[in-house]
Design a binder for this molecule. Structure first.
Ligand SMILES: C[S@@+](CC[C@H](N)C(=O)[O-])C[C@H]1O[C@@H](n2cnc3c(N)ncnc32)[C@H](O)[C@@H]1O
Length: 237
């Protein structure tokens, strides 16, 4: 199946079509969407990667040219494309969709791209290795399970940063996911695994896929879903 969408309505219906999928179905869905993913998400003003990268960058104080970045759920490589403009040079990408990894490979920015369905397969990354671990747009129900957040933390070097950007989608599974995620983040803090650097929230993560183009025309902020970036520093033990 190949998904081709160029209108706002078309992109929204593509996004809604993966609601209720498990992570394996989600990966297949992204295989089918990979070729038009970037042009499609621009249409609905998807700003997750800018949001995550800008917040990370504003708190980063190391040598950008030298550090190792693990881009989890890298998709087609939008995060690395933004980070390279800011001076970062070394990227390893992980994703559960072969089709998305093929698009990421075309950027020529990743020294390695690794296929793994997280939650089902372990994060293919050595522990204590990366200066920066970033995940954008994949911490949600049917995508990357909450438990994987611990693996992200372990992949970071002591003192390394873990940056997680996600949208506040509506519905019971998404609400439950957010509760579980925030409980896990807190628990990991209490266990001394990491400490919070900051949280950034935005009113404009991307256009709300549930809102029809007709209704969205007359609205300002409400036509977008909100998003959050959580930034943590791995503890030095
Ligand atoms: C919305 S895209 C985000 C891609 C990229 N980070 C960006 O911001 O453009 C979500 C990505 O998460 C990946 N993904 C979803 N569930 C996954 C899982 N369980 N394991 C690995 N990758 C997963 C999808 O294949 C897709 O590439």
């Amino acid at each position: 199946m190949s998904v081709c969408s160029r209108t706002v309505e078309g992109v929204k219906s593509v996004i809604l079509s993966c609601k209720g999928f498990d992570s394996q179905q989600t990966a297949k869905f992204y295989d089918s969407w990979a070729q038009t993913y970037e042009q499609d998400v621009k249409i609905i003003n998807y700003r997750a990667s800018e949001l995550g990268v800008d917040f990370l960058n504003s708190h980063f104080s190391g040598n950008r040219e030298e550090v190792q970045v693990l881009d989890v759920a890298c998709g087609s490589g939008m995060v690395a494309k933004l980070m390279v403009e800011l001076g970062f040079r070394h990227f390893v990408g992980v994703d559960g969709s072969k089709g998305m990894l093929e698009q990421a490979a075309k950027t020529g920015l990743y020294q390695d791209l690794r296929l793994a369905l997280l939650g089902t397969q372990p994060l293919p990354a050595q522990t204590d290795t990366f200066d920066v671990v970033i995940i954008v747009g994949a911490l949600d129900a049917g995508f990357v399970p909450v438990g994987v957040v611990r693996e992200l933390c372990h992949a970071a070097k002591p003192g390394g940063l873990v940056c997680m950007a996600r949208g506040e989608h509506s519905g019971t599974p998404a609400n439950q996911y957010k509760k579980d995620l925030e409980r896990e983040l807190q628990l990991m803090e209490e266990e001394g695994l990491w400490s919070p650097v900051g949280i950034k929230q935005t009113d404009r993560y991307m256009e709300d896929p549930h809102l029809s183009a007709e209704r969205a025309k007359d609205m300002q902020e409400e036509r977008y879903i909100r998003g959050s970036v959580y930034l943590y520093k791995r503890s030095i033990h």
